[in-house]
Design a protein. Structure first.
Length: 172
């Protein structure tokens, strides 16, 4: 099978090349970012829901700046009700950098279940910019694709570790 190249590096425009590039990114990389971000949301939600008083960990654990960002994005969906909402919980309206900041600020609470949380947060930071590249519909380098592969596998292992201690809860 021939190597798929970024359509922007091919000298002559071809509509099919753009489509092939998009399918390649979706098949090889995008789905892993989707899984990673949602694994992260589930882990944070599950642990912080147990560590903080009800009714919602979000208000207690999340910086006001991130809460405002989430509220702003939620409002955008509410004033455009014909579009699909990403979810009900505020955690669905933020990105991986915000998730990492929530983990950093609450590392003492997360460390109870994830002893090496500081190292994990630092490693997640290595894919924040590559995630933005893919989110803005561009190709990743081979090195960045490898980083994503590693973090994806690390998250699967982390999920198994966390499940030994607590029952994971998917935020609504």
């Amino acid at each position: 099978m021939p190597l798929v190249r970024d359509f922007r590096t091919i000298s002559k425009f071809n509509i099919d090349t753009v489509s092939v590039s998009g399918r390649y990114i979706g098949k090889k990389v995008y789905w892993k970012f989707y899984a990673i971000e949602n694994f992260y949301r589930i882990i944070l939600h599950s642990i912080l829901s147990l560590q903080l008083l009800p009714p919602d960990w979000w208000v207690q654990a999340v910086d006001v700046k991130i809460q405002k960002k989430s509220n702003y994005r939620r409002h955008d969906y509410l004033v455009n009700p014909w579009h699909t909402m990403p979810g009900q919980h505020s955690v669905y309206f933020i990105d991986i950098g915000d998730l990492n900041e929530i983990a950093r600020v609450n590392s003492d609470k997360l460390r109870v279940v994830i002893p090496d949380i500081d190292n994990f947060i630092a490693r997640i930071e290595t894919i924040r910019l590559p995630r933005n590249v893919v989110a803005h519909m561009s190709f990743l380098s081979t090195i960045d694709r490898s980083r994503v592969d590693i973090i994806y596998e690390d998250f699967k292992a982390l999920i198994k570790l966390v499940q030994k201690t607590i029952v994971l809860q998917v935020p609504k």
